[in-house]
Design a protein around this ligand. Structure first.
Ligand SMILES: [Zn+2]
Length: 494
């Protein structure tokens, strides 16, 4: 802002998502939004800017008297900007305020016109950052598992993310102690600029090592905010090919199982384009506590000076370590990779069928849906072949032809992931990054998320033409991918 600050009428926009602006005129106003992660801060900023707002005030979560000042980035460009997306860097001044102050402001807005003045001072600069990256060479081929977490923090940083650094180090230590039993290499990375840029470190890693990752990385375990005090139950978000593995591994590690949930492209999930299946989980709070804390999934202390050792819990952290080790062990040692593409195939077919219902007849998704149905059958056959092969190892077979067969099946399954993950979870595709928290990413096959824009429009109208031109290309991209999936699956199943 100018030194004297920026003044304007205040407009309360709830969570600050696209739907929250439907009946409001934000032009020339400062918007007041909840910190809630639906959508994340950078997407709130992108949406506020698109709606003509001149400033953004974010109200922290937690109890209504929570005095913590929330910090964090509002930058929608994922990773460093390039000449193509520099224009998406935020120009909107944004500040975070304690819930203690935000709730009265929100109430004032309900009573009449409120004017606000915000004063902020921000830097935008290029810096050299040092990002630790370690290799544990242990495996038979070029395949590796990546364990990572972000090492930068706002405020105290005890549970976000020093506790995550501790989990990664401990899992790596255990794997190193059992190096001779591993079938795959382990790589460990500590991301920079997760919180105070946005995902610069993991994006640099993907850009820099793209080919090595594409050819060899068989999984990614990202650890963020484990070991929080009052957390009682482990919840995991995973790529669909890991859902079956999760249901086997979690009961063995923790004695209970929670349903696997969809992994969205948030956090340091910079590997969706390359198509590396990933896991991100943590011990979470009860529903009752989250309700009281207005959705503070990372605690009322999140990204504030109150994130100290006081809010970390050793017993909770031990649970996070147990389950993370179990996932890593399974991925690093199982002769046949624990992938199951049946959930991916079902989601692909169901999502396309859902889109076909809300699009109009001009898009023509029938052939793509037919291909997806075929992939559903083939994914089942791939699972049967992989499971039978794994059984042979479990009943004593080892070495030689067994290993060669496992490597061939593993490699073909790796390629299926490379093809299906970018289609199911990203708009931009294999080489880039979507803007952070982009609303379309809430849906499966997000590149087709706007097919409903065609319905009810005259096919000869300009508006219809503009949408059709965009969506038909996305349809072609998806069709091409599903056809490739069928070829890859056929090679394993036959
Ligand atoms: Zn974090």
């Amino acid at each position: 802002t100018p030194a004297a600050g920026l003044e304007g009428e205040l407009l309360y926009v709830g969570a600050g998502g696209e739907a929250d602006y439907a009946d409001k005129d934000a032009r020339g106003k400062i918007v007041l939004a909840e910190l809630s992660y639906s959508p994340p801060r950078p997407e709130k900023t992108r949406i506020a800017t698109a709606n003509g707002a001149i400033g953004l005030i974010l109200v922290n979560w937690g109890d209504d008297d929570n005095p913590s000042v929330p910090q964090g980035t509002v930058k929608p460009v994922w990773g460093n900007p390039t000449v193509d997306n520099l224009h998406l860097m935020p120009n909107l001044p944004a500040v975070g305020i304690p819930r203690l102050h935000g709730v009265p402001l929100r109430e004032l807005c309900k009573q009449g016109t409120v004017r606000a003045r915000i004063v902020s001072d921000a830097d935008r600069l290029w810096k050299t950052l040092h990002q630790p990256h370690a290799h544990l060479g242990a495996g038979l081929g070029n395949h590796f598992l990546l364990l990572a977490d972000h090492m930068d923090s706002w405020g105290g940083g005890a549970t976000d993310n020093t506790s995550g650094n501790a989990v990664t180090l401990e899992v790596a230590r255990v794997l190193a102690d059992h190096k001779s039993e591993l079938r795959r290499d382990i790589q460990v990375a500590f991301w920079q600029a997760h919180e105070n840029g946005i995902m610069e470190g993991s994006t640099w890693f993907v850009d820099h090592y793209w080919d090595e990752i594409d050819q060899g990385q068989i999984g990614y375990i990202n650890i963020d905010s484990p070991g929080m005090k009052h957390a009682t139950r482990y919840e995991a978000t995973l790529s669909p090919e890991f859902w079956t593995m999760h249901e086997e591994v979690m009961p063995a590690a923790l004695g209970y199982v929670t349903a696997p949930k969809r992994l969205e492209k948030t956090g340091d999930q910079s590997f969706f384009g390359v198509g590396v299946p990933a896991i991100s989980g943590r011990m979470e709070f009860s529903k009752e506590l989250l309700e009281r804390w207005h959705g503070a999934i990372l605690g009322p202390w999140y990204q504030s000076v109150d994130d100290t050792m006081e809010v970390a819990d050793k017993e909770v952290l031990a649970q996070d370590i147990r389950i993370s080790t179990a996932y890593a062990w399974t991925l690093a040692t199982r002769p046949v990779l624990p992938y199951d593409f049946r959930p991916n195939a079902r989601i692909l077919r169901e999502t396309l069928a859902g889109y076909a219902k809300v699009a109009d007849d001009t898009l023509g998704l029938a052939a793509t849906i037919d291909l997806a149905k075929t992939f559903e059958q083939k994914a089942a056959a791939v699972y049967d072949r992989a499971t039978a092969l794994q059984r042979r190892f479990e009943t004593g077979a080892a070495g030689g032809a067994q290993d060669d067969e496992a490597e061939a099946v593993n490699d073909a399954m790796r390629q299926i992931s490379r093809t299906v993950i970018p289609v199911l979870g990203s708009v931009v595709g294999r080489y880039g990054q979507d803007t952070y928290g982009l609303s379309a990413l809430k849906r499966w096959i997000p590149a087709l998320a706007q097919v409903d824009q065609l319905a009810g429009k005259d096919p000869l109208s300009g508006d219809h033409q503009l949408w059709w031109g965009k969506l038909v290309r996305e349809r072609n991209r998806v069709t091409d991918a599903v056809r490739t999936l069928n070829d890859l699956a056929a090679a394993i199943a036959e």
